[in-house]
Design a protein around this ligand. Structure first.
Ligand code: AHR
Length: 498
């Protein structure tokens, strides 16, 4: 089979906001305790942060990490997590039925973020709390000194403000599982007032309002419209969350789920622009896809966890090769929508539905999904090119006209590197891809990375961490201004030109 893709240097989607390669650390399971933080671990630094894990995060070049939740934030008192550690309370953590020791809190997390070279996207609690706790937290974090909360931070040993620029106004406030769930009206009003006050404290911040917790929610779209009608002039982004699974063991249908993600994005864009029109506003609301991933493998195991334990193994999905293909496709989908999606967080980063796994006291290893995330984050910076694609199509259980090749391309800021990201999601056929390059000047193929495996269910484990790893054996060449490459059936491809 053959596919043809046309790229033109001047036909662009948008510059990539590097924050689309963000991730997420929630106080949940072993993400914090036993994940990024494990004092006493052989690799722990003086703060207790595991350097084997930090090293893998630095390699990913994660630009921003959402914190501290997730469902956790809706019951969190941030004051519990600052000041002398031995005075911090142990609390019942109601979202995940565990005990939170509060050994790690805001200041420690900011220290960790600096160590791994990332920024913090901080969420405030709009479940059990509201305007007051949010204004105090932002004063604590972002004001230099001379006020109660900024001086308190200084007294806790952090003389410089944290200067956190991106803030989430709560989490999934439409979900019945959320602590302090609200109607769109209730949440819209609270988010508006919280946003106003937070920007009074620090006008330089950017704010994310909660969209629906998924496009399958009964209130989806009307929720966004109502929330934005209340908050439009005070917030900058609206959030999207989605998780996919292959519960039916139907690989072709599973890999086509990027089409659902794309439709979700386009519906939220349309809703933002509807409110814009209604308000006769000049302002554009962009999208923060601040939770996305595969999540289903661990659902059964999670039902068996004892209540009120500390950092139990929760949401520990073991990812296989086909999951990596879908994650690659989801990253391509985010890139294709780079004109409106300015932030996104792979949920999450360590142990909890994560690309990085650890053993308490032991090793850390990379799950299959680590690799597409690594490749796009490292090579997918610059400007997304408009992709015209003609490829074989097929239907699956839920999707019609699924393109066998899902691809996009990014040109870097110096105009001297082009990277094509492509998934061949055809179950049986290798596909010859021809990429016509128009107006680019001289380039050479420097690398064609491939992630492939003959078993779609293959995983990386502690015992066998290199079972699914990328190789450099792709056969892309450049001939007469066109890239020619054979893309193996069920493969992730990164074709780099310089
Ligand atoms: O990422 C896991 C959970 O998924 C988050 O806590 C919540 O926001 C979402 O439902």
């Amino acid at each position: 089979d053959n596919a043809k893709m046309i790229l033109n240097k001047d036909y662009v989607v948008a510059p990539v906001d590097k924050r689309i390669y963000g991730s997420f650390i929630e106080h949940l399971g072993r993400a914090v305790y036993g994940g990024i933080y494990e004092p006493g671990h052989p690799s722990a630094d003086k703060f207790g942060f595991r350097q084997d894990v930090s090293e893998m995060i630095r390699e990913l070049q994660v630009p921003i990490v959402r914190y501290p939740g997730g469902n956790f934030v809706s019951g969190y008192n941030w004051e519990d997590g600052v000041g002398p550690v031995d005075k911090r309370p142990r609390r019942t953590e109601l979202a995940w039925a565990t005990v939170e020791t509060n050994e790690i809190g805001t200041n420690e997390f900011v220290t960790w973020a600096k160590e791994v070279g990332t920024e913090v996207m901080m969420a405030v609690n709009l479940g059990t709390r509201g305007v007051d706790a949010a204004r105090n937290l932002i004063e604590y974090c972002n004001l230099t000194q001379g006020t109660y909360w900024s001086d308190l931070r200084k007294s806790h040993g952090y003389s410089q403000p944290h200067n956190i620029k991106t803030w989430c106004l709560g989490n999934e406030m439409d979900g019945p599982w959320q602590i302090g769930t609200k109607t769109a009206e209730e949440y819209g009003r609270l988010a508006c007032e919280t946003a106003k006050v937070m920007k009074m404290v620090d006008p330089t911040i950017e704010l994310v309002a909660c969209g629906s917790s998924g496009s399958g929610m009964p209130t989806f779209a009307q929720w966004e419209a109502t929330v934005l009608e209340h908050t439009y002039e005070h917030v900058d982004y609206i959030s999207l969350h989605t998780y996919y699974g292959n519960q039916d063991n139907d690989t072709a249908n599973y890999l086509a789920k990027t089409m659902d993600m794309d439709a979700f994005i386009k519906s939220v864009v349309a809703t933002c622009d509807y409110v814009k029109a209604k308000k006769r506003s000049k302002k554009k609301i962009n999208l923060s896809f601040d939770e996305w991933n595969v999540w289903f493998h661990s659902n059964e195991a999670d039902k068996k966890i004892d209540r009120w334990s500390i950092a139990p193994p929760q949401l520990e999905d073991i990812y296989n090769f086909e999951d990596a293909l879908l994650v690659g496709g989801m990253l391509i989908t985010l890139l294709k929508n780079a004109d409106r999606v300015k932030m996104a967080c792979l949920a999450q980063l360590v142990n909890v539905i994560a690309p990085i796994m650890t053993e308490n006291g032991g090793s850390a290893w990379k799950q299959t999904i680590y690799y597409p995330y690594l490749h796009t984050s490292v090579f997918g910076r610059g400007t997304v090119l408009n992709t015209i694609m003609k490829a074989p199509k097929f239907d699956t259980k839920d999707f019609t006209d699924v393109s066998a090749i899902d691809a996009t391309a990014v040109i870097n800021d110096n105009n001297d590197e082009i990277t094509v990201f492509a998934v061949n999601r055809h179950m049986e056929n290798n596909i010859s891809l021809d990429v016509e390059l128009n107006g680019f000047g001289q380039f050479e193929v420097i690398e064609h990375i491939v992630l492939e495996h003959n078993d779609v269910k293959a995983t990386n484990t502690k015992e066998n961490p290199n079972n699914v790893v990328p190789n450099n054996n792709g056969n892309a060449t450049l001939e007469d201004g066109s890239i020619k490459a054979s893309l193996k059936n069920l493969s992730w491809n990164v074709i780099r030109l310089k």
